[in-house]
Design a protein around this ligand. Structure first.
Ligand code: IPE
Ligand code: IPE
Ligand code: MG
Length: 226
């Protein structure tokens, strides 16, 4: 989920951008719930990109405060629903209280076996690939990786998503037809659905419609229609 459009949603209502992010957080609760109902096993939400640091300090700190609030209000329920929280991105660089909230969420849910809920925080697809390349270089230097036989699958394991499957479907709200550095490696064959609705307005119905579009796609993976 590329959760875009919070700012425009707020602007249309004469509200502050951070109020848009707050409404976006409310929408996220519903989306996680509906993901459960749909029986989907992996959900990844793009919460903060490596480029989002360019925004005013006030907005950035507002987003991270919301993350703390989200964890405080949702962690118990997520845990009861057997959800395993996982972070994609360099979360060592985020504010201290958010880091603590993330740490607690990871620790509490680490043995859960239900929905894998990835939250991309300070995440960028290029940064992720570069990080993996550096890990590989170090492994190779130490003689722990054989470059001549190193495969795409091996490389995938060095990404934040490790052994998770690639996303079948990427949904972007807010109408923009781009990926904005989201899952650059993993999205190679993902189906894309872009909806004009802003993230705070992304309802179960919108979600169902996106899934319905996905179900009508012909996924060829470079082959031909069978
Ligand atoms: C997405 O909403 C949330 C984040 C990037 C954190 P935006 O804040 O980008 O909303 P728009 O695109 O300006 O409407
Ligand atoms: C993508 O939205 C990032 C998140 C949803 C966290 P942006 O609003 O940052 O993307 P651009 O700048 O429109 O490409
Ligand atoms: Mg945006």
């Amino acid at each position: 989920m590329i959760m875009d459009g919070n700012g425009r949603w707020a602007k249309e209502r004469g509200l502050l951008r951070v109020q848009g992010h707050n409404a976006g957080m409310e929408a996220l609760r519903g989306v996680v719930e509906h993901t459960h109902q749909l029986g989907i096993r992996y959900l990844t939400v793009y919460a903060f990109s490596t480029e989002n640091w360019k925004r005013p300090e006030e907005e950035v700190s507002g987003i991270f405060k919301l993350l703390v609030r989200y964890m405080a209000s949702e962690l118990e329920r997520l845990h009861q629903n057997n959800v395993r929280i996982n972070i994609l991105g360099d979360w060592s660089a985020i504010p201290e209280d958010s880091r603590r909230a993330v740490e607690a969420a990871l620790k509490k849910t680490k043995d859960n076996t239900g929905l894998v809920f990835n939250i991309a925080i300070n995440y960028g697809g290029r940064a992720e690939i570069l990080r993996a390349a550096k890990i590989l270089a170090r492994l190779s230097e130490k003689g722990l990786a054989d470059l001549s036989s190193f495969t795409e699958t091996d490389f995938s394991r060095l990404l934040y998503t490790e052994d998770m499957p690639d996303p079948d479907l990427i949904i972007r709200t807010g109408g923009d037809l781009r990926l904005s550095n989201f899952l650059t490696w993993q999205s190679a064959y993902s189906e894309l659905v872009v909806t004009d609705c802003y993230w705070p307005d992304f309802t179960d119905e919108e979600y169902d419609q996106a899934i319905d579009q996905y179900l009508h796609r012909d996924r060829r993976f470079g082959g031909i229609k069978s």
